[in-house]
Ligand binder design. Structure first.
Ligand code: SF4
Length: 65
């Protein structure tokens, strides 16, 4: 699994961080997404998929390897 994020699209809702805090973080200044791990930890793969589905800006892309 490989994740990419589009910070231009991100609306700083923070849902991805709540779902998968070891994979996503938020920029301290504007709240936009910061990708911590292109490959999410094993325990957060389902959460990362959920984040892709629930991101209101469709700013998260997952490619299944
Ligand atoms: S869920 Fe989407 S819009 Fe919200 S912070 Fe994460 S990437 Fe940005």
């Amino acid at each position: 699994m490989k994740i990419s994020v589009d910070t231009e699209k991100c609306v700083a809702s923070g849902q991805c961080v709540l779902l998968a805090p070891e994979t996503f973080d938020q920029n301290e200044e504007d709240g936009t997404v910061v990708l911590l791990a292109e490959e999410p930890p094993a325990g957060e793969r389902d959460a990362a998929r959920q984040a892709e589905l629930t991101c209101p800006a469709a700013a998260i892309r997952l490619a299944e390897a």
